[in-house]
Design a protein around this ligand. Structure first.
Ligand SMILES: C[S@@+](CC[C@H](N)C(=O)[O-])C[C@H]1O[C@@H](n2cnc3c(N)ncnc32)[C@H](O)[C@@H]1O
Length: 280
């Protein structure tokens, strides 16, 4: 039996406190009124996964989503991807996340951009979701599975809530052939809180979980290029496009990002995008 309280370690890792106040201060520093910020102004801070908005746009570009579709965002964080999908497609998005502060901030930001009706957030565990079977047209999850040891339970729960024929997209960090990976990373303080599988094992686990049409691609080259572009911007005294790791983790962020980027360079880890479908 899984419950929210069974994973306080995960919520602790992501909770530094005063997140909304810190986002508002960053927006002011960007010259944006924090009471009138739109989805685009929030994007440097609320897309909490590698390459940020670039990946969300990339994935959205592969999907066809109708305005009456209902999507599920598993591990929705502070809701940046959910607001982006809702705004781009005019659809409804439900997010679920373990971390209470993230859920509270997500709800405040939904209201700020006028999406509180179409983007709903639940605090809860992806391994025991409070949703009816076959309720979603599509499910996506970005940089979440690295916190989840029981992949069979995760994929089983996603399959349960997906409608027959519905799609699943995972954007995540997989185990690569190089290594070792140094910790902390943005998703885990230490190796014992990090659960990585190879891309091949991920595809195999999805197949065993009843998914079909499974394809995946390794986006390591894109991650390295994005890192180089961001470093060049910082050297020129500009703000990099993706500032969520710094926003969420504060002082620890630089070491986490350096460990992750070295992991990409040495192929200890691989960023991947996985696409599959629940048979109709
Ligand atoms: C790196 S953040 C990504 C947030 C969001 N997907 C995004 O891309 O902006 C990982 C998120 O996964 C959530 N998470 C980890 N394990 C979870 C679980 N078992 N159930 C629900 N959420 C979980 C964490 O609370 C955190 O918000």
């Amino acid at each position: 039996m899984h419950s929210v309280s069974s994973r306080p370690d995960i919520a602790d890792h992501y909770t530094k406190g005063d997140l909304l106040t810190r986002i508002q201060a960053a927006l002011r520093d960007d010259g944006v009124d924090p009471d009138a910020a739109g989805v685009a102004a929030l994007a440097p801070y609320d897309q909490f996964h590698g390459r940020g908005l670039e990946v969300t746009e990339e994935i959205a570009g592969t999907l066809s989503v109708a305005p009456n579709d209902h999507l599920l965002d598993v591990g929705s964080g502070i809701g940046g991807p959910a607001r982006y999908f809702a705004e781009r497609f005019g659809c409804r998005v439900t997010g679920i996340d373990l971390t209470e502060e993230f859920c509270q901030v997500a709800q405040r930001l939904n209201a700020l951009v006028g999406l509180e009706e179409r983007v709903r957030i639940h605090q809860g565990d992806a391994l025991a979701m409070p949703f009816e079977a076959a309720s979603f047209d599509g499910v996506y999850s970005m940089n979440v599975s690295m916190n989840i040891a029981d992949r069979a339970a995760l994929y089983g729960e996603i399959r349960r809530v997906l409608k027959p024929g519905g799609w699943l997209v995972l954007s995540e960090i997989a185990l690569g052939p190089g290594g070792p990976l140094d910790y902390p990373t943005p998703w885990a303080e230490s190796a014992d809180a990090s659960f990585l599988t190879t891309p091949e094992q991920t595809a195999e686990d999805l197949r065993a979980g009843g998914f079909a049409d499974i394809t995946w691609r390794d986006t390591r080259e894109e991650a390295l290029a994005f890192g180089a572009r961001s470093r060049a911007m910082v050297e020129r005294g500009e703000k990099p496009p993706h500032r969520a790791v710094q926003m969420i983790h504060g002082d620890g962020a630089a070491t986490m990002a350096a460990n992750m980027n070295r992991g990409f360079a040495e192929e200890a880890i691989l960023p991947i995008e996985v696409f599959c479908r629940k048979p109709g």
